[in-house]
Design a protein around this ligand. Structure first.
Ligand code: ADE
Length: 346
């Protein structure tokens, strides 16, 4: 990259004219920036906005977050996925209350030591909220930098993230580190886009970009292929009466820990298996019908689900299952997106 060209200046100038107006950019409140950055991991800006507004209304301070009941927190997070992000937020908020009097520390290493805050997030909060000259290298930034520098390192490797962070650090201006980092993220999200052709004609760095000059846009960034996801088949039961439905709380460890789900069994079940299961549950008169299929993709696993509806006249007591009204299922219990297609047909 050509140092004579004022890279930072050109980028910041572009950002000033083109930045999106987003709720977490209205001020430099560290708490708001923290929550937004956690939500924005793995989730698109447009999807995050309504969640962010609702979260801030319900839990406006670190103290509120530290004291929130788990079920309420899960309900606020319902639909965003990666629920550990929310659990870590609460744990970190408790640490901030205990160690830092409810104020996020203006220190990169202290931020990094909080649960759920990694190098990227510590860099984002540090630079945006506290004007620290530290890099914040996410997937957007890695794509931009790999193209600008013509760097074919595997961007999924931590080593690449570290090296690119170090290299970009010297370009971070003292007076606007947070804007610089957000400008890089913004450039990746809106111009140097991940899918399809980037809009190089709108890029402030088009004349210094190696990939643009050497026709390497399609080749960069390099991402080594990931292992194929494991496929799990499941049979999901909609055990229902006219107004009620049976749900089950997942264990406190592992995937979707502590969230609610429709009772389900691993593997595909035929009619005989279903009748067998009904016997185990002590159900004598249930009307069985198919309830559609669903697929849900997690980072390492795919669930391929088949729904079975069992309509009952009255609820039957079944160990570990809870009968709730269908209305409450929408308003009170956090049900992961994986089961949403079944909830929608109730
Ligand atoms: N993605 C991650 N952090 C972001 C931010 N601060 N603004 C917009 N998109 C982002």
């Amino acid at each position: 990259m050509n140092k004579r060209y004022d890279l930072s200046g050109a980028l910041l100038n572009w950002y000033d004219y083109n930045k999106r107006l987003l709720p977490w950019r209205e001020d430099k409140d560290p708490y708001r920036i923290w929550i937004s950055e956690i939500m924005l991991q793995q989730t698109r800006v447009e999807a995050v906005k309504p969640y962010f507004d609702r979260f801030m209304k319900e839990l406006p301070t670190v103290k509120d977050l530290a004291e929130v009941e788990d079920d309420r927190l899960m309900k606020l997070w319902e639909g965003l996925g990666y629920y550990n992000r929310a659990r870590n937020l609460k744990a970190a908020a408790q640490t901030v209350m205990e160690k830092y009097h409810g104020e996020l520390p203006a220190d990169y290493d202290k931020l990094l030591s909080l649960k759920g805050i990694g190098m990227y997030t510590a860099g984002a909060i540090g630079s945006i909220a506290f004007d620290l000259q530290v890099p914040a290298v996410d997937g957007n930034v890695l794509r931009v930098l790999a193209r600008v520098w013509g760097d074919d390192s595997d961007i999924l490797k931590d080593k690449t993230k570290k090296e690119m962070g170090k290299k970009i650090q010297e370009f971070i201006p003292k007076d606007r580190p947070g804007d610089f980092n957000q400008a890089l993220i913004e450039l990746g999200a809106t111009v140097c886009v991940p899918n399809g052709e980037p809009y190089c004609d709108r890029c402030p760095w088009d004349t210094v970009c190696t990939a643009n000059k050497e026709n390497l846009i399609e080749k960069l960034p390099v991402k080594a292929p990931k292992k194929a996801r494991k496929i799990e088949y499941k049979t999901v039961f909609l055990l229902e009466t006219k107004d009620q439905i049976a749900i089950h709380k997942r264990t406190s460890k592992g995937l979707l820990a502590g969230l609610w789900e429709f009772p389900n069994m691993s593997g595909r079940m035929d009619m005989q298996d279903v009748m067998e299961q009904m016997k185990i549950w002590g159900i004598e008169n249930g009307e069985i019908s198919p309830a559609g299929k669903g697929k849900h993709i997690f980072s390492h696993i795919e669930w391929h689900m088949e729904g079975i509806r069992i309509a009952l006249k009255e609820p039957v007591f079944i160990e570990k299952l809870l009968w709730v009204s269908k209305k409450e299922l929408k308003t009170v219990y956090a049900l992961p997106s994986a089961f949403e297609i079944f909830r929608n047909i109730l």
